[in-house]
Design a protein around this ligand. Sequence first.
Ligand SMILES: Nc1ncnc2c1ncn2[C@@H]1O[C@H](COP(=O)(O)OP(=O)(O)OP(=O)(O)O)[C@@H](O)[C@H]1O
Length: 601
Amino acid sequence: MTLRIKRISSVYIKQYFAAEDIRLAFSILMPYILRQWKAYVSLFAFMWIDISLTLAYAWFFGAVTDAAIHSDFHRLKWLVPLGGLFLLLSVGSTYFGNYAETISETGVKNDLKADLLKHILLLPFNTISNLRSGDLLSHFTNDIHAIDGVIGSSLMNLIRLPFIYLAVFIYLMQINWTLSLISFLVAPAALLAGAVFGLLLRRNSRLIQSLLGNMNTLLSEIFHGYLVIRSFTMEKSAFKRFTEQNRELLSLELQNAKLRGLFHTGGYAISSIIFLLSLSVGAYFISIKVMSVGALLTFINLVDHLIYPLTGLAGQWANLQRSVAAVERLSKVLKQTPESPRMPIYYSSMPSIRTIHLQNVTFSYDSRNPIFDQFHLQIPAGKIVAIVGPSGAGKTTLFNLLQGFYKPQAGAIWINGSRTDKYSTSQLRSFFAYVPQETFLFTGTIRENLMLARPGITEMSLVQAAEAANIHPFICSLPEGYETKIGEGGVQLSGGQKQRLAIARALLKDAPILLLDEATSALDNETEYQVKEALGRLMSNRTTLVIAHRLSTIRNADLIIVLDQGQIVQMGRHEELIDEDGLYRNLNQVQGHNREGAMVS
Ligand SMILES: Nc1ncnc2c1ncn2[C@@H]1O[C@H](COP(=O)(O)OP(=O)(O)OP(=O)(O)O)[C@@H](O)[C@H]1O
């Protein structure tokens, strides 16, 4: 039994102090705190001014009272201006102390926020795909704001409160040691109440933080999947999931409020008892002439400083723990190894491309089910190469590997005679202009969306690219032309218009390898023909890899590679492959094309 109690209490003590978590939090935050060292040194100085002023004020009240009782006008003459000086000092230190606190807290938070985003932008694809977008958002909206306890006033209070307690206790002992000892008697009760409160509050705060992350994930899913929710009449179930989480949050917040309420009431009760006791015993001491009225006033003024540091310490400790939990959540992202130490930059000069070569490439997303196993592929320079194959064959994965979004577990990819892992991320990304399967446009104007492909582009190149993608006439038909705002994700555009903008953006990048993943799938036949014609001109001096499901779109390709379950099952030109008894002919037949690639009526 005693062993069990010992074990339980050791678990609680461990949980309460959580030394390892605190060490981790400080190891992450210390560089940011040190960057704001001037603000922290000022805060430390203001803390001492504050402690000194607390004692000085209490002494002042006593001295003024005694001087008034004894009609000592000579003393009052210099005491009153001294009080004014204390007041000025107090106002000044409060103002500058608050200012230093804001600088230190916001400075740390801003730097941390910037570094966190930078870190996320540099994470490898396989890491980022395992992190939930709602949690990532929650790091910025909740967690960073919850770190106050380890960087701001709570941290300072953890240092300040023991000092103020000690300073006041020594001072009060000199005034009247019997009275001081009475207040000392409640110290264990105050400490214990604080400790229990701290532990419960910390546990609740952790649950709240994690629930906020879940709610952010749910909300981001609702907003991104808005169309699906409305068309599948999922409004009720989405709303129900949200209200359930919201209710859970409310109940946790209420528990927190109850805890705080209980704690503050307890603290208030203890303070009031001590006040009454001190006043009664003090009044008795005055009546037997052991104490002056001024001394009692000083005592009463200060005695509260013997209670709130004890109860307050636990509150500050709970704040610190809550912040430690927030840093712990941030550390899950921060400890992930970035892909490269620096942000890649845009390379404008277009290197000439010779070949792309995949040698013995083995790759799997989950290290268990290989998408490619000992895969070989030689892509000739300056040609149009089409990749076809059934869904899930590995076509997009091939594009992902080429661009270095994922690294093969074995084998190597060579571009221009060098292994891709020998290129910096900036160099590697400069080789490719990519039109992904799902078009993504940014909130802003058409011009802004095109310009991001190549900073500092001339108006002529911009228009040329838009013309090549057959989107220029449409842009000119809009009242605000290139300055038209396209809404979040380009919601104000049709699928085909978005796709043509994405093609123009890729063309503007002027990279030597063009990767088109179903880039014309949203276009009608006429537009597709025009875009392809324009693309054809642009493809002339670059290597183009095209993924296409509609086989009619790739029959002029220089080389068609037929992929099935990560293997090349056929390779050749359309005319050669259509004659072979194989997957390519089957796929053609399924799509109802004849030998020339025309639709069979
Ligand atoms: N991020 C990922 N994590 C885990 N598995 C993935 C991931 N992306 C794709 N896969 C799996 O890898 C396989 C190949 O997918 P890939 O997207 O390359 O196929 P695809 O040939 O481009 O298909 P589609 O024509 O349908 O676009 C599929 O089985 C898919 O489930």
